[in-house]
Write a protein that binds this ligand. Structure first.
Ligand code: UD1
Length: 408
């Protein structure tokens, strides 16, 4: 007999959120199928920050997530527009559904906007991937992380460095739960399927132009992988031009490169007049943004990754792909070489990128799995939320009883 129903809304907004929510939803379904006295009533809200088939729709199909119950259809815009419009729309959802908990993931604008709205409605908030810090307040994601963690009632961290960051900020230790990295649950679920793909089919199905595919890419034997979208790398034309020139003219003399290009980056490269030339370069293959399985296949086969994405940094760590992180700092230090990982910070200085590129292409894979990056993080998260809910419900009940007693 069900004696307790817990109403949870979880929120996704942008591409890196989908791989974090898929295992959470699966773990809720598993929990419901096993539990006879507690039922989790779950609603998935998509803010619509990312809306393309390639940036959003395809992930729902691939990761077998049901279509969102609610889509706020916020779309592109300035940061204030995205955050403001999300808050206005999400407030209506909260007033209507009145959940016990809202669960947010990661650090995108949707995460921050929904966290603020949740707490203003007096609802409990859980943050998956809490405690990451780059200590670089110029990053929009760092602002989103700080706001979300400050407001959260349950801070679910991927590693002990993140838990320590929160303790250092004075967060009540009882709210911090080290649960591991939920992205790795998704990697574990999909790795067998991804292995079945061929590099050639991945590239052929998503190339931006009719380029001749080099032999080394056709047979998946030797290639590097590039992704780039952070404002620090792509918004300044001088910085972007230098990096692109290095990739197109120098790096490709050592290794053919595949570059699944983010829409934001593609727009800027076109604006500064470099797109035509790159599309003619036979050793630098531009593709549309890839699906999850396609990207995983390329990552596990690549000799090197050059990226400014946090999620890819983590996946490289577990797969052992040598990774040049094109940033001056990272909120994920656990993935760095000094912590046993596969990643080196190179910023956006071409001399750093060149030096580490030459060093890393000669390097073997060195997989590393930090503690609790074991594929079972989502189950731990569901257990944490349920047990926290039951404890706080009990406290509320006792408190009500006491105040009734006092009132009499
Ligand atoms: C966002 C996240 C970032 C995450 C990244 C992954 C914030 C602050 N940033 O950055 O943390 O790593 O997503 O992709 O939330 N666009 C499309 N189609 C889409 C979505 C976007 O064409 O489906 C284009 C639009 O021109 C848009 C631009 O990409 O203006 C940037 O999108 P936006 O959501 O503002 O930020 P991202 O750079 O993607």
């Amino acid at each position: 007999m069900i004696i307790n129903s817990i109403k949870i809304i979880s929120v996704v907004g942008a591409r890196p959120n989908f791989m974090k929510i898929a295992p959470f939803i699966k773990a809720i379904e598993e929990f419901n199928s096993k539990s006879s006295d507690i039922y989790i009533d779950h609603t998935l809200v998509h803010t619509g920050q990312h809306y393309d088939e390639k940036m959003s729709g395809s992930f729902f199909k691939e990761l077998q997530i049901d279509q969102p119950d609610v889509n706020l259809e916020i779309g592109s815009g300035t940061h204030a527009e995205q955050v403001g419009n999300t808050m206005i729309a999400f407030e209506k959802v909260l007033k209507n559904l009145k959940p016990h908990w809202v669960v947010v993931v990661g650090d995108v604008n949707a995460t921050c906007a929904c966290s603020i709205t949740t707490k203003k409605e007096g609802i409990r908030l859980a943050h998956i991937e809490a405690g990451l810090r780059s200590y670089d307040i110029a990053m929009p994601e760092e602002i989103n992380r700080l706001v979300t963690d400050r407001l959260s009632d349950l801070l679910l961290t991927p590693d002990s460095i993140s838990s320590n960051n929160l303790q250092d900020e004075g967060v009540d230790e009882r709210k911090i739960k080290l649960v591991g990295n939920i992205m790795i649950d998704t990697l574990e679920t999909n790795i067998t399927e991804a292995k079945k793909l061929s590099t050639e089919s991945v590239v052929k199905s998503s190339m931006l132009a009719e380029q001749q595919i080099p032999e080394s890419v056709m047979n998946g034997s030797q290639f590097g992988l590039v992704t780039m979208h952070r404002p620090s790398n792509v918004d300044n034309p001088k910085v972007l031009r230098e990096i692109v020139t290095f990739l197109a003219e120098e790096a490709t003399s050592k290794l053919d490169l595949i570059w699944p290009i983010h829409p934001r980056t593609k727009n800027i490269i076109a604006k500064i007049g470099l797109l035509e030339d790159i599309l003619k370069n036979p050793k630098l293959l531009l593709t549309e943004p890839l699906g999850y399985l396609q990207m995983l296949k390329l990552n596990m086969s690549a000799d090197i990754m050059l990226t400014d994405s946090g999620g890819l940094q983590e996946e490289c760590c577990v797969l052992g792909t040598p990774c040049l992180t094109m940033r001056w700092n990272t909120e994920r230090p656990i993935t760095l070489k000094e912590h046993g990982g596969a990643s080196v910070l190179v910023g956006n200085s071409v001399s750093n990128i060149r030096r580490e590129f030459l060093r890393c292409i000669a390097q073997d894979r060195k997989p590393k799995r930090p503690k609790l990056w074991d594929g079972n993080t989502a189950k731990r998260i569901v257990n944490c939320i349920v047990s926290e809910h039951l404890q706080t419900e009990e406290v509320c009940f006792e408190f009500e009883e006491e105040s009734k007693f006092k009132a009499v």
